[in-house]
Design a protein around this ligand. Structure first.
Ligand SMILES: [Zn+2]
Length: 264
């Protein structure tokens, strides 16, 4: 079952690359992919996730233009994340798990679009933010109604926890952007920070932010060492925020005892 989720993830990942590319060009999402250099239509057998990239040695068949490593990486990330959602959330015959699986597959896919887009263009596509916000709030209302019906206390409802997490995280990034005059962070980070808090809730947002900054620092060091670049070169932060959030969701689901240990 995990393998099916992995393969589905590779295919969706390939589609997400197209979404990012088309979002930039504001074309329609449907339609065939083409080479960013020579615009030649990519044949179906050259468009197999991961495999084609390796077989074509990262080059376009028509013009020999270099294909970015970002494409297979996004496909691989999507595959791994889908496999993990399948492993930790999907339970055959359990209706609630279908909702959870669907929700996480959808928001993680959209998160990966934000990751890839920010990585390339240092910007946040606002439309993806609004979709994520709408989907997350709807899901939290749905979950909270169920919790309310089985008698969960008001202050323990997921919606309540998510809103508090969102406000904490939003305030944190807002202050960073405001006092650094956008030098350390951008406004996109403030919005995605709110989403991270909404999804993780106040219980987990600290861990999510901690992981984001840890992954970010490690990558920054690697970039400075590899490129011998200066510390001044700007690095987009949304990719790390997205990774920190996704990893935290899995830690919370797979090893809830770690989360409990962190707080008590
Ligand atoms: Zn080409």
């Amino acid at each position: 079952m995990t393998l099916i989720f992995f393969i589905a993830g590779l295919i969706i990942g390939s589609f997400l690359n197209v979404v990012v590319y088309r979002l930039r060009l504001t074309e329609t999402i449907l339609g065939r992919s083409h080479c960013p250099h020579c615009k030649a239509k990519i044949k179906w057998y050259d468009n197999i996730p991961l495999l084609s990239f390796v077989l074509l040695r990262a080059k376009c068949r028509t013009c020999n233009g270099v294909i970015s490593w970002r494409y297979p990486l996004v496909e691989l990330f999507t595959g791994i994340i889908f496999a993990l959602v399948g492993k930790y959330f999907f339970v055959l015959g359990n209706n609630f798990s279908y909702w959870q699986t669907g929700f996480y597959l959808l928001i993680f896919s959209l998160f990966l679009v934000l990751l890839s887009y920010d990585w390339q263009f240092m910007e946040m596509p606002v439309i993806i933010f609004w979709i994520l916000l709408g989907v997350s709030v709807t899901y939290l209302i749905f979950i909270s109604l169920n919790e309310y019906l089985i008698g969960v206390d008001f202050y323990r409802l997921s919606l309540f926890s998510g809103l508090i997490g969102g406000v904490i995280s939003w305030t944190f990034f807002f202050l960073l952007v405001f006092f650094s005059k956008e030098k350390w962070m951008g406004w996109g980070d403030v919005y995605v920070g709110f989403l991270a808090g909404l999804i993780l809730g106040w219980q987990n947002i600290m861990l999510g932010l901690l992981l984001s900054f840890m992954i970010g620092s490690i990558c920054a060091i690697i970039i400075v060492v590899l490129k011998k670049g200066t510390m001044k070169s700007q690095i987009p932060f949304i990719p790390f925020l997205v990774m920190g959030t996704i990893i935290t969701v899995f830690i919370n689901q797979a090893f809830p005892e770690i989360i409990r240990y962190l707080y008590f």
